[in-house]
Every structure is written in C-alpha cells, then in structure tokens.
Ligand binder design. Sequence first.
Ligand code: FE2
Length: 387
Amino acid sequence: MHTTVSRELRKFLAPEFIFGIGARMKAGVYASNLGMSRVLLVTDPGIVAAGWLKDVQNSLREEGIKSTVFSKVSPNPRDCEVMSGMEQYRASDCNGIIALGGGSPMDCAKGIAIMVSNPGHILDYEGVDMISMPGPPLLCIPTTSGTAADVSQFAIILDTSEHNKIAIISKAIVPDVSLVDPEITVSMNPFLTACTGMDAMTHAVEAACSNASSPVTDLYAYHAIELVADNIKNAVENPNDLNARYNMSLASLEAGLAFSNASLGAVHAMAHSLGGFLDLPHGKCNAILLPHVMDFNFQSAVECFKKIGEKLKLSPKLNTKELRRELMQTVNGFNRKLGITDTLGDMGVKSSDIPELAEKAVDDPCLLTNPRQAGIRDLESIYEEAS
Ligand SMILES: [Fe+2]
C-alpha cells in the first residue's frame, strides 16, 4: 500500500517476452511472426563454442528463415563493430536481427538496428531519445542473467577513440520480442555468473532508489533484490542447478524491467567511465562500486534503503546508523563469497586516473536519476574509497 500519493506521471514500457526453459527453441516461430526471412544473427565466439547458436539456427531453418552470423563482438562492444555489423546486414540484404548472447552482442545488435535505419555514426546517438527512425525487427535471446539488455531501452557502446562508454537510451531500442531461457545460462562459468548476478543486483538497487522510480518499477526492483540475494551463491557454486538459474534469470528480467523504466544511478555512471577507460568487465565494476555508492546515497533515500534491508533479511531492529553499516557489509559479504575481492587499484586504476574517470562519469545520463546529487569531487571520493 502506498501512503504517499505522487502527482507525477510515470510510463512503463516492456517488450513481449517469453520466459521459461526451452524458450530459445521458439526463435523461428517468433522471427517469422515479426516478418523476418533473412536474419543477421549477432553473437560472440564463446556462444558459438557453447553450441547454443545451432539450436537457434535449426529453429530458424524449420521456418524457412535464412541467417548470416556476425560474431565479431568484443566483451565491451565497440563503435567500429556496430558499423561493420550494419555493413554485413546490408550486404546480406537482411530484414531482421536476432541477438544471442550476453549484454555485449545484444547492445551491439541494438546499435546495428539503429544504424540500419538512421544516418551518420553510432556515436551520434548518445543520450536520451536521440533516435528518430525505428530499426528493423529485433529479437533477443540472453545467455547471461544480469545485463537485461533483452528488455531494456539501453545500449552501451565503447567509443574507441575516447576510451569511454556511451549510453544510448531510447524506446526505439527495446527489442520486439525476447526469449528468456534459463537453461542457456548453465554455460556461464562461476565468475561470469557472479559478475552478471551482481549487475542484476545493482540494476535493482539503483532502480529502487532512482528519482524516476514508480510503484510499478518498485514491484520488480525489490523482488529482484530478494531473488538475487537468495539465489546468487547457489548459481555460482552449482552451475547446473536449474532452480537457481531459473531464479537468477527471473531476477535479471525483473531488475531489467525496473531499471529500463526508472533508469539507474551513480554506480552505472561510474562503471561506464571505468569500463570504457580500462576495458574492464561491467558487472565486476558495479559489484565493487555498489557498496560505496549505497553508503554515499543512504541519507538521501533512507526509506528505500529500509526496504532494501528487508529484502536482504537484515534485522528490522537496526537503527538508521546500524542499517547503513549493515547494508554496506552485506553487499561486501556477497562480493567476498562470490570471489569478487579485487579493489579498483587491483584492477589497474591509479590514483592519477581518478580525476579523468570522475569527469567522464559526471556527464553520464545515468547520474541524472541518482537519489543524491553527485559532483566531480563526490565521484572522485567514491572512486578513491573503492581503490
Ligand atoms: Fe548494468
């Protein structure tokens, strides 16, 4: 029950999605429903090796749909990869895109979709609502449980000349259909499971505390926090436990629905800057920064952090000071148990890098919805605490 009535209007946008074991086998049927007959299949070499690509290709073949594979996608997808994917799309005369992979192939596929229908270069579309023409039909099949690019209106692309990640936020890049199949995620190794799972946790926490949250995004955000807390350790320690995988895929989906509509906060702004600067894994950057940003934001979102404390099963008897400390310790505890023990310094961040990192992070659109206003000096101190 909401005891305070907000007079602000909030919209909620979500793609059609099919959730459950074996959902990937429906690729052909849904591609056909979207009018695809020649598909650009965007994936990466790891997914090809895991064998999931064959399932999708067979499903397309059964519906008489031709496909061409574009797998030159790096872990942090680059602007030049988007442009060469667009060229392959055009050269193969495709009329639809399927992304099979984690956040990188899905974000790259979104970038290709933008460039197929719009002029210029992918970096021209940085920011909120910069895309005027919708792209061709886009179907996403996530192979990790964390990024949620399969339901979000976000795409993150590496600007290779500036060594910075740009955020593209637009409803034009919400996929038309997503097939969320927890079975595919069993091929993730424990460390990737940990990093992507903490990415989902960060999405849920940032969406819950965002200035643009709403009663609808809250439903998904708080439940996702509980799902990650209850299942991440099991998913990491028992990779074939389908129950844990199912719940982590659900957590990722719910956190994605929340953040796609409520947006994010300082953790993502700072992780984008960090990931672009040193080409570091996104989920790991978030996991390291999350407890420090929660501590920074605490006073500006106490009620929200009380609810997060409930979902993390902290004692309801804690006073505000104790809750603040326990939240930080609990998130640090997750990281430790999951094997995320590096500091930013261990990952190669030097104190002389921090001013540049903070300068880039302060311009990231994710910072606009952080519950506490953060300037360059604030971001510098958080980077220093995490180093
Ligand atoms: Fe993320």
